[in-house]
Ligand binder design. Sequence first.
Ligand code: FE2
Length: 99
Amino acid sequence: MTEMVLGDVRCHLFDRPGRMSEPVESAVQFQHFCFSASAAEDLVGLRRRWIELHESRRYTFAIDEQPTDIVLDDGVQSFYTYDVNGLEFEFTFVPDGLS
Ligand SMILES: [Fe+2]
């Protein structure tokens, strides 16, 4: 995994087995985008808002799944979800001192 960081935007690039493209095409593709929240409470609101939009049925989602629960990993809180195109998004909060 390679992480590119620009301000609060983090792009995570993965080389994943079993996902090769045609030989003439690039094998590089986005696995997910990661956006950093400035406060842990913001994750709760972002997740709630994502669920509200999903349940509104105003949009058709290529991957029809609700966001994950907010998980805690080495002090970092995150949840994952899919946009309407099926691209995975990660929303995360990294406390001061861990970034
Ligand atoms: Fe990530």
